[in-house]
Design a protein around this ligand. Sequence first.
Ligand SMILES: Nc1ncnc2c1ncn2[C@@H]1O[C@H](COP(=O)(O)OP(=O)(O)O)[C@@H](O)[C@H]1O
Ligand SMILES: [Mg+2]
Length: 400
Amino acid sequence: MADAPELDGLLEFSEETDRDSGRFFVGREAETGRVGKAAEKWTRSVKSGDAPLGVVLISGAPGAGKTALLGQLLKHPPPTTAALSVPLLRLSSEAELVRSLTDALTKPAGRVAGGLRPSGVTANLGLAKFSWGLSSTPPTTLGDLDRGLSVGGGAAAAMLLIDEVQTATPDQVRMLAALHLGATGFPLVPVLAGLSDSSDVLSAGGISRRAATYDIRLDRLHEGEPAEAVRMMLGEYRVRGPEPVRARWCRAIEAISDRWPQHVKTAMTALARELLRADGELERADWERTRNDAAALRTRGYEARRSPHMRRAGTLLARFLEETPLPADEERAIRHLEGLMTGGPAGGMAPGAFFDHLVHQGVLHDPEGTGEYVCPIPSLRDYLIRRGQAGHAEPGDARP
Ligand SMILES: Nc1ncnc2c1ncn2[C@@H]1O[C@H](COP(=O)(O)OP(=O)(O)O)[C@@H](O)[C@H]1O
Ligand SMILES: [Mg+2]
């Protein structure tokens, strides 16, 4: 039957991990637009011989949708741009990066070696615009690559998409800095994504926030967008049910998601699992079970986020997070942490290191870049407080 529910699809979706980000992508038009504008500005400055303009940094707490947005930019680059995605690992050395870029720029669009997936390269940045004579030796340094590039008339900037940039090593940041300061004519705009501490990691390597960086902060989705994602899912898997029931489920899933992308995904996973039990019939799906399943999945995600250090310092962390609001700036917050450390260092860490660790884990986030940290996800905060209060019973807490 042509319109039978797609149970296999529902099963696949319900088993997807967060690594497979970005199915049923919704919203983020403003953010995509800003990335497009930045790339256009790059193109203009490259054409007029001005210095490149910095990097685009997409930041947000875990689950805000950074990886999904990069995926979307790769699949659908804004007009006049092309997109290349390079795993941070490929920035292991200049030669390796240059090899990745050369591959991507010379091979036709499609999957190429090393997990590098160019998209839009043929359309906007085809061989015609980039060449370094077939007879000459392949470029091995960014300088070679730069000199070999001939940028044609309508050439656009290519975005170099790099995720998890908060984990970049100093060497990798140095390489990003070389791109960001790249000699004129190198039309590659780094589009980086990472947690709150990304800008610190970058500025330690000479890429300062003030260097005309386009700073894009991801927050919750807009009203109606999560419902739209649910509707896309129901359509894709040909779930059956009359319109009023569909509309009710879309609204209900949006309501329990707080419009936070990770929670949207979790709630949609719970719905997919329930629909499998209901043979793809929305009217037979049970709301209570779906809601409880969504909550359980969310909790499991939070538990996975607790690092060994956070487990060992669970009680201390709970007492710190209970403070509302948190001390106004980083320095005060660290002093406050220190004051709470009556039982010795937190999970084996000094106050400053523990604070940095919490930022790195996405437990603390600086939404405005002003040094005022918050726990970005209220239910994560509640969870960590609850766990910390029950912390004594935890095997992890007992270890030194
Ligand atoms: N704009 C969006 N539309 C639909 N789903 C999204 C969107 N952004 C994120 N998601 C979903 O939310 C989850 C978390 O997103 P992800 O990109 O992994 O977050 P981050 O990289 O910021 O930690 C993923 O499962 C992803 O599919
Ligand atoms: Mg991610």
